[in-house]
Write a protein that binds this ligand. Structure first.
Ligand SMILES: Nc1nc2c(ncn2[C@@H]2O[C@H](COP(=O)(O)OP(=O)(O)O)[C@@H](O)[C@H]2O)c(=O)[nH]1
Ligand SMILES: [Mg+2]
Length: 408
């Protein structure tokens, strides 16, 4: 093992593990997907009907006037780059590039997409992409379908979130809904008309189901407060709704990045422990007896039935705790349940690895335990209630099989 490798950024270590064939075939897709996520900034999409306040909101989030009020462009990406430059994609498939910013020069006719690059270090963490929902309902639906294939976080801008918009949003996968925001724009106008509170109340139940949260915002006031420096007008920054929305978006970006890093850590410590951050040497399954290692030799010298009953005891006690959690008053947190299942499967593998693998019953139990630990890892990557339920079922199944083997 090279220590230098363990000091590399997690993405580099994952790339190394993939290149060195450390991941088993059924984990390859996950591994590759994870790597591409770790390598690119989080994609924050600002989506909504034309005139819903998207460009203004992007300017607020970026902290500068990046999108000018000129011709509208269906897709505008704000991303990091060594110096300011704009890349235009034209409807005939051609590309045009020019240095500077969108506001500084003409926008070519037929532009369908523009990428504004800026030397802003925050843009290494996240990009902002404005997507205009133009055309008829069918066309808007196809835009939504395209966006959900690559977006990490969506900010849906709207004044009312009407039935048609709700229908468009309904088709978005749950894992994106869980990290997306409904942004009620033009809150200043709605407040003046006296409709804001009713609108928020009317949307409350729907938002609880379909979004991470509802964020009313008076974007123009938020920009004024922000460009004066947040410290210069902290009250307006707060009362406009700007602070809450920006803080929440940035928090969500961080949560997403941390979760990806945790998953990569998990994959590495399981399949390439020598390059994991805290290398844990796994007990080799097919252990040849090391006679000068007293404890281990003794361990393997115990009859296999002892190891099997230790393993059963372990499963029984963990299952008891798990069931106590599941039958408690409050809704169990699926991710905590999953973590507990993963931990149990790993502990089980440790117990069984102490037994003599030459005994066929022991070997079968070891293989089951190892397979389950891998399945648990997949469930943990998948997350959510279904995965937690599958993990608990798997543990119960394992317990049943182990009890049968111990009886043999
Ligand atoms: N009063 C008010 N006007 C806003 C607000 N946000 C955007 N606007 C105005 O609404 C119009 C449409 O905004 P824009 O950001 O271009 O919408 P887009 O088509 O979704 O990108 C512009 O004239 C903005 O100045 C807001 O919070 N309050
Ligand atoms: Mg716009």
């Amino acid at each position: 093992m090279s220590l230098a490798k363990t000091a590399l950024p997690i993405a580099d270590r994952l790339e190394y593990a993939l290149g060195a064939g450390k991941l088993p075939p059924h984990m390859l897709d996950w591994g590759r997907q994870l790597l591409s996520h770790l390598r690119k900034p989080v994609q924050v999409v600002i989506m909504g009907l034309p005139g819903s306040g998207k460009s203004t909101l992007v300017n607020m989030l970026a902290g500068e006037q990046v999108i000018p009020r000129k011709k509208s462009i269906p897709v505008i990406e704000i991303a990091g780059g060594p110096e300011p430059r704009v890349i235009f994609e034209i409807e005939d498939g051609s590309m045009e590039r020019r240095p500077g910013t969108l506001g500084e020069g003409p926008i070519p006719d037929g532009t369908i997409r523009a990428r504004q690059e800026l030397p802003d270090s925050d843009l290494k963490r996240q990009n902002f992409v404005e997507v205009d929902l133009t055309g008829n309902f069918g066309y808007q639906k196809s835009i939504v379908n395209w966006v959900v294939q690559w977006a990490d976080i969506v900010l849906w801008c709207t004044r009312e979130f009407d039935d048609a918009e709700q229908e468009l949003w309904a088709s978005v996968p749950d894992e994106i809904k869980d990290r997306s925001f409904l942004v009620l724009t033009m809150a200043d106008q709605q407040m003046m008309r006296g409709t804001l509170v009713d609108r928020i109340n009317a949307l409350e139940d729907l938002v609880a189901e379909e979004f991470l949260g509802l964020y009313p915002i008076a974007t123009i006031q938020a920009i004024a407060a922000r460009s004066a420096g947040a410290a210069a007008d902290p009250r307006l920054w707060k009362s406009s709704g700007g602070k809450e929305l920006l803080d929440s978006v940035l928090r969500q970006v961080e949560i997403g990045r941390a979760a990806d890093m945790d998953r990569a850590d998990m994959l590495l410590s399981r399949f390439a422990p020598e390059i994991a951050p805290m290398p844990v040497a796994p007990e080799p399954r097919r252990k040849t007896r090391v006679l000068d290692d007293g404890a281990k030799a003794q361990n393997s010298d115990r009859p296999p039935s002892d190891h099997l009953s230790d393993a059963l005891d372990l499963l029984q006690s963990r299952a008891d705790v798990l069931f106590a959690t599941l039958s408690g008053e409050s809704e169990p947190d699926p991710n905590a349940v999953l973590a507990r299942c993963v931990e149990t499967a790993n502990a089980l593998m440790d117990v069984l690895n102490g037994a003599d693998p030459d005994n066929p019953t022991v070997r079968e139990a070891q293989e089951d335990a190892e397979e389950s630990a891998e399945m648990m890892l997949l469930f943990q990557l998948e997350k959510g209630e279904d995965a937690a339920a599958d993990a608990v079922t798997l543990l119960l199944q394992l317990k049943k099989e182990l009890a049968q083997r111990a009886d043999q």
